[in-house]
Design a protein around this ligand. Structure first.
Ligand SMILES: Nc1ncnc2c1ncn2[C@@H]1O[C@H](COP(=O)(O)OP(=O)(O)OP(=O)(O)O)[C@@H](O)[C@H]1O
Ligand SMILES: [Mg+2]
Length: 362
């Protein structure tokens, strides 16, 4: 049987006849759906399997004795590839997700493992495994794009409903309240039962007006656009504390200034979702909100704390099926920032960071 593996530096790992063992091993590699390449200790390619040839478009003869990094890690990933090579040549295993270039110039996304082949304490070469994940990363990127579009549509819809509630329902309730006032004056004070009834209706109307107002502001806070994050977050925190009895400490740096509208909305939504997570998932009674401008970035943290006894461990948000944290993360990433969620001493901290110069068009 013709194989490419006759220089593979292995002893009989399966016992028995060394020739059969070698043929067995060769078959495994030959038919592997994972692209495999063997490099020597100078990081030159020695062998590759057919999957490797198909994935990168090079024949085995074309890669042998070539500098492997220069071959498939052109300019933009060359330094990264060289660093990995050095680590593996120093005996470390490495795993990374990156991009590599095919012979025809096309880039593919790959999941790479580099394994040092050390035999009797001597580095004989490197075992490289490549899995083409281009389709997967494309699908993930379209999914991310789709969920961002959904989020933007949701924002648009929230804004429309907020405007409708404010401009139509609130105005109608104001008219109702005025009419009830007129009715009250006409009734005088003779029929006590009727006076009480109108009083009750007026009070209910007042409560409805307040609820509609809060609902409209939560859907789309006018304060945010008009006056920025400081009053909008303070208003949100006050309302939350009033409704839930949870103490909220807000500390926002006075140097924050105004940010692009899209960044202010994203930060507001992170605070909003974090507060709603506290009420849904935590028994803590204190929340700290910090927002500051650092060199080059805007940093937000929302921490809930105060649990006397540590209760059940917080579920791993990465494994949860909720969309709240994933949505916050996407909002930040869309603007070039990032989001971290940490559980610390019985509480949860959400840390969001955005580049200070996010532009409105980002
Ligand atoms: N403040 C918190 N304290 C404890 N656990 C939390 C806290 N915030 C989030 N979690 C955990 O992280 C998980 C993920 O949160 P996430 O906001 O993504 O989803 P969710 O709140 O469950 O659902 P939704 O999609 O409605 O937001 C929660 O289900 C919960 O287990
Ligand atoms: Mg949530």
């Amino acid at each position: 049987m013709q194989t490419h593996w006759n220089s593979l530096p292995v002893d009989s790992p399966f016992g028995g006849n060394p020739d059969s063992d070698r043929a067995y091993l060769e078959l495994l590699i030959e038919h592997s759906p994972v692209a495999i390449v063997i490099l020597n200790s100078a990081h030159q390619a020695e062998q590759c399997n057919p999957t490797f040839e198909r994935m990168f478009g090079y024949t085995r003869a074309e890669i042998v004795a070539r500098n492997f990094d220069e071959l498939i890690a052109a300019e933009e990933t060359l330094n990264e590839a060289r660093e990995c090579t050095l680590s593996v040549l120093h005996g470390e295993k490495m795993h990374l997700v990156t991009r590599r270039r095919r012979k025809d110039g096309l880039w593919i996304d790959v999941d790479v493992h580099g394994i040092p082949l050390v035999i009797d304490g001597v580095l004989r070469g490197v075992y490289g495994l490549y899995i083409d994940i281009t389709d997967r990363t494309r699908a993930e990127s379209s999914l991310r794009q789709l969920s961002l579009e959904l989020m933007h549509l949701q924002e648009k819809e929230k804004r429309r409903i907020a405007r409708e509630l404010h401009d139509a329902t609130s105005q109608e309730l104001a008219l109702l309240s005025m009419s009830l006032g007129k009715l009250q004056r006409k009734l005088g004070s003779e029929d006590r039962e009727l006076v009480e009834l109108v009083d009750n209706i007026k009070e209910l109307t007042r409560q409805c007006t307040q609820k509609i107002r809060s609902a409209s502001y939560l859907l789309h806070p006018p304060l945010l656009q008009e006056a920025g994050l400081i009053p909008a977050i303070s208003w949100l925190a006050e309302g939350f504390a009033e409704r839930t009895g949870i103490r909220v400490n807000v500390r926002i740096s006075s140097k924050l200034g105004r940010l692009a509208e899209i960044a202010e909305l994203a930060i507001f939504r992170v605070v909003q979702e974090s507060l709603s997570n506290v009420i849904r998932h935590s028994t803590n009674k204190i929340v700290d909100i910090r927002l500051s401008r650092r060199t080059g970035s805007i940093e937000l943290s929302v921490t809930d704390r105060g649990r006397q006894h540590r209760g059940a461990a917080i579920a791993d948000p990465v494994r949860s099926h909720g969309v709240g944290i994933a949505g916050m993360r996407e909002r930040m990433q869309e603007l070039g920032g990032h989001l971290q969620v940490r559980s610390v001493s019985g509480g949860m901290t959400v840390v969001a960071s955005l580049p200070a110069g996010v532009r409105a068009s980002a």
